[in-house]
Design a protein around this ligand. Structure first.
Ligand SMILES: [Zn+2]
Length: 696
């Protein structure tokens, strides 16, 4: 982009984003909604109170594809226009007066509200939940797509009393009428519309309190009571740490966390009401492989960085994601130690260096930057800034910034000015290098890491000492290995240098009993040498589902004569939320000669093939599609499930399914089957498959 264009872009974005209605200030809203699961519809009523700052003859709200049955100002009908994405109300409005706008409406939201499980016959899996950011709350509520309009929203939801209803704010009251219950939530402070949220489903709740007495509600499915502790492990520690570290009290009345099925992201930091993927609901064995700690801390940090102070627009996205990522990392440092912190910074530095080397380096001020830049480069920038200013000054600056801009909107220059003011230092060079430049200063980052972390210092020394001949490497590695027992250092040595390591080195390494070291040894070995058979067999008992899955697979491939014994040892293990061990076990059991009789074989194959269906979570379905496609042709039902997946609301899963379909369509026989099957399809699924069949 040349200079004139970028100037135009800045001017244009200014016009586009800052205060589209400068003469109006909406300050409070009462929302009353009735979700209808059968029709996937929202019926609602909202009353807005607003001040007129300078006289005007219209106001508008964003409202996507809504029908309005009443539009009133101060209780009287007014002229209005419904443009399919806005409701515009015409009336001469006088300066320095307050008005009340009432809207009765209904909507069938195409996105933003997700209705799951209502069509199948399974009890307890019915859910309704929202995702506002990136999807627009104006699909279910006349509200503001612009983040600069902050309103105190009080929500009232009426739904079947057998379900739990959770929304932003404090549950003030519930009213029961026949089979319906109305839940009345109260907010005290304003927020941007994208942070409004509700979730409905079958849940139990564990209630805890922070050190400062803030109520924290941890929701879980009734069958998951044993998973509550490992899933939410360290929640109160993280909460107390963040409040203390940030130095500003938690800005909302309470904090809730709700897992939901087939969520669009890992988690979303709605005000006081984080919704997250139930793929993070785990048992204690899974904790080492996949846990909620980082996401938990990230969404919690957003309650300050994003929710209390909100970016003016996407040009300032660093102020959300860089900050949430950095403070989550600080929380993990507190929980898992300094070395953990520095290894994570090193790994993200390497990724950022790769990105830059591929010619894809991005500036943090680029509103279209990738998440790697916003999250990881964003966290790095804060780490650098803190190192430059020192802990005390950095923390004072953060406090001052949050205090000054609380419950309002901010730009990167607001933040930088505040930090300059408090620290009395010139941050222009920092701004240029870390925020405006597309380069990632890898060597600088490495130097800083080496001076802070004994592990990384040892690792970098090792890197420079190692010669190109593998035979010479082992003594050098052994020296570092024995002088430093850090689990993370050892794990990384194995991942990077396993080709240089002898069988006897590995045998000794297995004996360390460290789960991560053992896992790294397992993953980096394709064919198990006979001399390590015993060590690999011992992995089947490790407390890690990733280790068990990888060990089972490698043992089954390497030692055909012992396949039955390995299957017997791992029978009945389910594994991670994507059922990694169970799915692999079913596949191997069906393939193992003489292990099963015919009816067992049919039953297990049937179980495996059924995991692609929509009653399962997307994590399980994706794993099942992948495993089956490696070995078997898809059944007709698998194909139907795949077509269903190709129009799923989760874009990652949808893309996965679409890639699989593309692959199948290249094969004439599979294409013929899909063509035959398309005769049974309807709606969106039919449209998608037809578009694919016609192109070819
Ligand atoms: Zn985030």
């Amino acid at each position: 982009m040349n200079l004139i264009n970028s100037l135009l872009a800045i001017l244009f974005s200014g016009f586009l984003f800052s205060q589209p209605q400068p003469s109006v200030d909406f300050y409070k809203a009462d929302i009353d909604i009735i979700p209808n699961a059968a029709d996937k519809k929202i019926n609602g009523k909202i009353i807005y109170w607003f001040n007129i700052l300078s006289k005007t003859d219209s106001v508008f709200l964003d409202a996507k594809n809504m029908n309005f049955s009443a539009v009133l100002i101060n209780g009287k009908k007014v002229r209005h226009k419904n443009t399919k994405d806005k409701i515009i109300v015409y009336k001469k409005l006088k300066a320095n007066r307050a008005y009340e706008l009432t809207l009765d409406y209904s909507a069938i939201p195409k996105q933003t509200v997700y209705f799951l499980g209502w069509e199948d016959s399974i009890a307890d899996n019915n859910q309704i939940w929202t995702q506002g950011q990136g999807k627009y709350t104006s699909h279910w509520l006349p509200s503001f797509d612009d983040m600069n309009e902050k309103v105190e929203f009080d929500l009232e939801l009426t739904f079947d009393k057998d379900y739990e209803v959770i929304a932003n704010g404090k549950l003030k009251n519930t009213l029961l009428k026949d089979s319906l219950r109305t839940s009345i939530f109260d907010m005290k402070k304003p927020m941007s519309s994208y942070l409004l949220a509700f979730a409905i489903g079958t849940y139990n709740c564990k209630k805890i309190k922070s050190k400062n007495g803030i109520p924290i509600e941890l929701y879980y499915y009734p069958g998951d009571s044993l998973k509550v502790e490992p899933t939410y492990r360290y929640t109160s520690e993280i909460f107390d740490f963040l409040s203390e570290e940030i130095g500003i009290d938690y800005p909302w009345q309470n904090y809730k966390q709700i897992p939901v099925r087939d969520f669009l992201y890992a988690g979303m930091e709605n005000t006081g009401t984080t919704i997250f993927s139930d793929g993070y609901v785990i048992d204690s064995v899974a904790f080492i492989d996949k846990n909620y700690v980082n996401v938990n801390a990230h969404e919690m940090a957003h309650q300050w960085f994003g929710n209390l102070v909100t970016e003016k627009d996407g040009n300032h996205h660093w102020l959300h994601e860089g900050f949430a990522t950095y403070y989550a990392l600080l929380a993990e440092k507190k929980l898992f130690g300094e070395e953990y912190f520095y290894w994570k910074l090193y790994k993200s530095a390497k990724q950022l260096q790769d990105l830059y080397r591929e010619g894809k380096g991005e500036a943090l001020t680029d509103p279209k930057a990738s998440s790697l830049t916003f999250y990881e480069k964003g966290a790095w920038a804060l780490h650098i800034l803190r190192t430059k200013l020192g802990d005390k000054v950095f923390k004072a600056g953060i406090r001052s910034y949050l205090n000054k801009y609380q419950y309002s909107n901010v730009t990167i220059s607001d933040f930088i000015s505040e930090m300059q003011l408090v620290s009395k230092s010139d941050l222009r060079e920092f701004e240029q290098t870390w925020l405006r430049d597309v380069k990632f200063p890898f060597e600088k980052a490495k130097l800083l890491l080496a001076s802070s972390s004994a592990d990384l210092q040892a690792f970098f020394n090792l890197q420079s000492e190692l010669t190109s001949s593998n035979a010479m490497n082992e003594p050098i590695i052994t020296k570092v290995w024995t002088s430093n027992t850090s689990s993370m250092l050892r794990e990384n040595i194995i991942f990077d240098y396993h080709k240089s390591l002898s069988e006897s080195f590995s045998r000794n390494a297995f004996d360390t009993k460290d789960l991560k070291t053992r896992q790294a040894l397992c993953i980096t070995t394709d064919r198990i040498p006979l001399g390590l058979k015993k060590q690999f067999e011992s992995l089947l008992k490790d407390k890690s589902y990733l280790t068990i899955e990888n060990a089972l697979y490698r043992l089954w491939i390497s030692f055909p004569e012992d396949r039955m014994a390995y299957l017997e040892k791992t029978k009945g293990i389910i594994g991670l939320p994507n059922k990694n061990v169970r799915l692999l076990w079913l596949l191997l059991a069906v393939l193992t000669k003489d292990y099963l009789n015919d009816s067992q074989k049919a039953a297990f194959a049937n179980e495996l093939f059924r995991y692609t269906s929509m009653e399962n979570s997307i994590e399980v379905r994706q794993n099942a599609f992948s495993l089956i496609s490696e070995v078997f042709p898809f059944t007709d039902q698998n194909l139907k499930d795949l077509v269903n997946a190709s129009v799923h609301h989760s874009w990652q899963f949808r893309n996965f399914a679409r890639n699989q379909i593309e692959r199948l369509l290249k094969d004439e026989k599979q294409k013929g089957r899909i063509h035959e099957l398309s005769k049974e399809l309807k709606g969106e699924e039919l449209r998608y498959i037809q578009s694919k069949l016609n192109v070819r």
